[in-house]
Design a protein around this ligand. Structure first.
Ligand code: NAP
Length: 249
């Protein structure tokens, strides 16, 4: 069985490809969002219980290989996968979508290493920030931006209490340029804050920001675990997984 650590569009695309190819796989989701988009095929939901739990799972389920297709900012599970696979001798591939560093406007953006740095910088860059950073990253923005009319977009309800002057939107991408342009215009956005999630599904906000001359603050990705083979496209990951499934069946 191939274990596919998921929670991303790439993971769902990979699950569909492997399912089509007749590869036995289980997709794993953390269980963070209330109504997750489920991949095709077998799915399990919830944490494994750290490296120890994941090692037990690899042994008990006789996992042939693991593809870590989790979000580039899900650093905890990626580190656990690297440690568990190394300890159990299970091949591991990281599938990570390309970041936005090659975007034509990238050298005009403000790149920072943390959400706290992004929050500190945002205050001085404009008066109508758009926080498109996910609900889990909101806490460091609350105090620095308490008096600022921020626009926030999330999939699920944030766990932190937001200041009364903030506007909260619930929606889930992908987003196109026309709708992002309209959103930024409607709210008079002059700073867009994002993390370097990468890929095409949510890049339109950055194109729309560039068009209107809004500042952009980007949180850099956390480092990947060293020594893990990494690819950026689903087709290559599917070939790798199909080969491992065949090798060790
Ligand atoms: P994280 O901080 O790296 O992981 C925290 C813990 O959640 C892990 O130690 C693990 O618990 C559990 N976990 C995470 N991903 C899992 C998976 N695919 N299957 C089973 N358990 C998982 O992760 P996160 O940033 O909270 O992200 C959680 C999930 O949401 C990931 O699957 C990720 O792909 C998806 N996601 C994250 C973001 C983001 O910005 N972080 C954005 C979109 C989607 P145990 O230690 O108990 O095994």
């Amino acid at each position: 069985m191939i274990l596919l650590l998921g929670g991303t569009a790439e993971a769902r695309a990979l699950a569909a490809r492997l399912d089509d190819a007749g590869v036995t796989l289980t997709s794993s989701l953390a269980g963070r969002v209330a109504r997750p988009r489920l991949p095709v095929g077998e799915t399990r939901i919830g944490g494994f219980g750290g490296v120890t739990g994941l090692r037990s799972y690899l042994r008990e389920e006789r996992v042939r290989a693991v593809v870590d297709a989790t979000h580039p900012f899900a650093a905890g599970i990626s580190a656990n996968a690297a440690a568990a696979c190394d300890a159990e001798g299970v091949p591991l591939l990281r599938l990570a979508r390309p970041g936005w560093g090659e975007h034509p406007d990238a050298d005009r953006w403000h790149w920072v290493d943390s959400h706290a740095d992004a929050a500190a910088l945002t205050v001085g860059l404009g008066s109508r920030p758009f926080l498109s950073i996910g609900r889990q990253g909101l806490a460091p923005f609350v105090e620095p931006l308490r008096e600022v009319p921020a626009l926030v977009r999330v999939v699920d309800e944030p766990e932190v209490e937001l200041p009364p002057g903030w506007t909260l939107l619930h929606s889930r991408g992908p987003y196109d340029l026309a709708s992002e342009r309209a959103l930024l215009s409607e709210h008079g956005v002059d700073v867009v804050v994002t993390k370097d999630s990468g890929g095409s599904h949510t890049v339109a906000k950055l194109d729309a920001a560039g068009e209107r001359g809004a500042a952009v603050v980007v949180v850099r990705r956390p480092p990947s675990p060293p020594g893990v083979e990494t690819v950026s496209d689903v087709r290559t990951a599917a070939e790798w997984a199909a080969d491992r499934a065949a090798d060790r069946a």
